[in-house]
Design a protein around this ligand. Structure first.
Ligand SMILES: [Zn+2]
Length: 273
């Protein structure tokens, strides 16, 4: 889902007014999507690499039962890894439950394009009813809670959060959520426009386009108050992608305060009173 690079002047500022400049220093949030029992080992390697380029903390987007392949809270190695990361300052974020969206009968072309072509069927929270979403959120809160780590955010798989699912996220008491183009503080409903960099690696042509796109986006977002870089474990299997991401992150980390989504949202609340 790639569009023209956004203008930078309003990035990170609240939609609909508020304090556009903020008092927070320019910030960088690196998020690692899809941490689960399936991807734990790769994510550990990613965290080591990131630490070497000045990123000691990230937002870790955790899938409780990734494609039905194993509950996080039933895997002691996972619990230990996540607990250790959070103790070092990383943030745990709930990221769907199965991270899979079962396709439904009678879907229109637009829905099929978004949920299958764009995400390869991963948009779990794209079109759930409020009740369905609330049920998965409650199960997810229980699993992540069983791992013994605090968490306040929920981010939908592929950032595809439908309107009813967003209501459920608020109803279940989450402090914030994000989409690809915005960060939403659920307390008081403040939204901050901030486009995330993210790579698409499913095919050679997507990787080629993705490198060009993210290079342009990185420059377009140079002066934005909040730079968001979203990584996925498969990014680390493609050296050109990994190198590009690491170069952008290394540069941004020298110019910006490295933080997590949770810390950034809390900081903006203080700024705006
Ligand atoms: Zn994901």
């Amino acid at each position: 889902m790639q569009t023209a690079p956004p203008s930078t002047s309003v990035e990170g500022s609240p939609i609909g007014g508020g304090n556009p400049s903020g008092v927070l220093p320019p910030s960088l949030v690196v998020s690692i999507h899809d941490l689960s029992t399936v991807t734990r080992v790769t994510v550990e390697r990613m965290l080591e690499d990131l630490e070497r380029v000045g990123v000691p903390v990230t937002s870790l987007l955790v899938i409780p039962d990734h494609h039905h392949k194993g509950w996080i809270d039933a895997d002691p190695r996972f619990v230990e890894m996540l607990g250790g990361a959070v103790a070092r300052g990383h943030e745990a974020v709930l990221h769907g439950y199965y991270h899979l969206r079962p396709s439904k009968a009678g879907e229109g072309m637009a829905t099929r394009l978004i949920t299958r072509s764009y995400t390869a069927g991963e948009g779990e929270f794209y079109d759930l009813t409020r009740e369905e979403a609330a049920g998965l959120l409650r199960k997810g809160k229980e699993s992540l809670g069983n791992c013994g780590v605090p968490f306040t955010g929920f981010i939908a798989p592929a950032w595809l959060l439908g309107a009813e699912a967003e209501e459920a996220v608020r109803g279940e008491g989450f402090g914030y959520t994000t989409r690809i183009g915005e960060v939403i503080d659920c307390r008081g409903s403040r939204q901050y426009k901030a486009r995330s960099m993210v790579y698409s690696v499913r095919s050679a042509w997507r990787r080629g386009v993705s490198l060009l796109w993210n290079e342009a986006l990185f420059h377009a977002l140079g002066k934005s108050p909040l730079l968001r870089i979203g990584l996925h474990p498969p990014d680390w299997e493609h050296e050109a992608i990994r190198r590009h991401a690491m170069n952008c992150i290394r540069k941004a980390a020298t110019e910006r305060q490295v933080t997590t989504y949770g810390e950034w949202v809390r900081g903006m609340r203080k700024d705006e009173g």
